[in-house]
Design a protein around this ligand. Structure first.
Ligand SMILES: N[C@@H](CCC(=O)N[C@@H](CS)C(=O)NCC(=O)O)C(=O)O
Length: 219
């Protein structure tokens, strides 16, 4: 089995890969980074992930970035695990895999406004209000995509759940989950997965959120 190296920032999209590796029982070396520490801009790391983003995975003599591409690659590399969706689930699988980044890009904009801007820069109340509403819309859509007492696909847990499920740890910093009872139950179902708990134990301490909930600023 080849050496696997994951470039990782705690509680970032690279958690999706960490979790998927655990679901597949694959050992990986973790190279830890922070968003602002500069390590994602070194020539060595840019050779692996040219936009300086995580996740990036070194595997099978190649490097690959984009969490969705990595999860799909891993699912296809291990068809026996059945994490790539079954016959008849292709459309739902691909749609959910990519929808995760519709939500992810909204979370990213809110992260930028609420967490990463430093004075004298200030969050834009108008942008935050619009993007928060859009994030709520995507959570409502996700709730509609979920199966009662299950996951996204009829066949059970798949890489699409790792893509979208991860978002449920970031989105509640901006939109309260309580009105979405199916999402709350789904989150608990995910948390009960041994592979999720194993990934959490390896994740490291997140360094950007300094409070549980960020209100839309006045203005
Ligand atoms: N669509 C990409 C997004 C990757 C991305 O933006 N990752 C963030 C962390 S969640 C990052 O590396 N940010 C570093 C930076 O903005 O400099 C994916 O899903 O992998």
């Amino acid at each position: 089995m080849s050496r696997i190296i994951l470039h990782h920032v705690p509680m970032s999209r690279s958690f999706r890969v960490l979790w998927m590796l655990e679901e597949l029982g694959l050992e990986a070396e973790i190279v830890p980074h922070t968003i602002t520490g500069g390590s994602l801009r070194t020539p060595e790391v840019l050779a692996v992930t040219p936009a300086g983003r995580v996740p990036a995975l070194e595997i099978d003599g190649i490097s690959i970035f984009e969490s969705g591409a990595i999860l799909q690659y891993l699912a296809e590399r291990h068809p026996e695990a059945g994490l790539g969706g079954g016959p008849g689930e292709r459309v739902a699988f691909l749609q959910a895999m990519h929808f995760a980044e519709t939500m992810g890009s909204l979370i990213e904009t809110l992260n930028l406004n609420h967490v990463f801007l430093r004075p004298p820069a200030r969050p834009s109340p108008v942008v935050v209000k619009i993007v928060t509403a859009r994030l709520r819309d995507t959570l409502r859509a996700l709730e509609g995509m979920l199966r009662e007492d299950g996951y996204l696909l009829p066949g059970g847990f798949s890489a699409a759940d790792a893509m979208l499920g991860f978002n449920l740890w970031a989105a509640p910093h901006f939109v309260r989950l309580d009105p979405f009872s199916k999402l709350v139950a789904y989150k608990a179902r995910i948390e009960a997965r041994p592979a999720f708990a194993a990934a959490k134990a390896k994740d490291g301490t997140q360094q950007f959120y300094d409070r549980d909930f960020y209100e839309v600023p006045d203005g």
